[in-house]
Write a protein that binds this ligand. Structure first.
Ligand code: URA
Length: 236
């Protein structure tokens, strides 16, 4: 790729800033100063340094965030804070975007990446990737309602949901439910509970496929995926 593009992508400023940096002789490829931004480099195999500091090049970024309440799963918004606003500049430069949506008041696992292919694989209805949610609802479910949710319910717009898994996880009052779905319709979990006469008071996503939220992450914080997590997500 072009050297100036690589430097700009790695957050060393605009194309104009990068041109100045090159002109000043601050950039070297394999130890040789290079001042022509048009020259080509192979970032995987050649060593690029800026004032002697090696530039770590990577094409893709994969971030696990514990999305907090009150933040939108969007890339930008005129009024509300978005998950992208929570990123450090050094991560933002990769232009990641949220994979799928969580409502403003939902917390939990949010994946952010700039890898469009993986994002498509995880969100395509054909791939049937299971997502687990923990919902606190207003009243316990009867066995009949559990069976209805498991086999599929009719949403307010007439859509018939695909089979789901239901687990009552709070033995005491029966209002904490783990629901597993393979679809991602708008407000799906809330509307599924509404279809059986229940209201969701609190919602958290725990998993996307094999990827599980790291419970060490406080809401609003994030980290990059480990190689192992990435391989699991890719089904490798
Ligand atoms: N279903 C919902 O209703 N809300 C979410 O945020 C995610 C799934």
């Amino acid at each position: 790729m072009r050297l100036d593009k690589l430097l700009a992508n790695m957050g060393l400023g605009s194309r104009k800033d990068v041109k100045k940096l090159l002109k000043k002789g601050g950039v070297a490829v394999n130890g040789e100063t290079v001042s022509d931004g048009k020259s080509h480099v192979d970032p995987e195999n050649e060593e690029v340094t800026v004032y002697g500091e090696q530039i770590e090049y990577k094409e893709f970024i994969y971030i696990m965030m514990n999305k907090p309440q009150g933040v939108l799963s969007a890339t930008e918004d005129a009024t509300d804070q978005t998950v992208i606003d929570l990123l450090e500049p050094e991560d933002m430069i990769y232009d990641p975007f949220p994979v799928g949506r969580l409502d403003k008041d939902t917390i939990g696992l949010m994946l952010l990446t700039n890898d469009g292919k993986l994002a498509h694989q995880l969100t395509s209805p054909k791939k049937k990737v299971t997502k687990l949610y923990v919902a606190t609802i207003d009243q316990p479910l009867t066995d009949e309602k559990i069976s209805q949710l498991e086999s599929g319910v009719t949403l307010d717009d007439g859509y018939e949901t695909k089979p789901a898994t239901v687990e009552v996880i709070d033995g005491g009052d029966g209002v904490k439910i783990r629901l597993g779905i393979t679809e991602g319709k708008f407000h799906q979990v809330k509307r599924m509970f509404e279809a059986v006469g229940r209201k969701v008071k609190f919602l958290k996503r725990e998993t996307i496929g094999e990827l599980r939220l790291d419970e060490e992450l406080e809401p609003g914080t994030y980290r990059e995926l480990t190689d192992e997590e990435l391989m699991m997500l890719r089904g490798e």
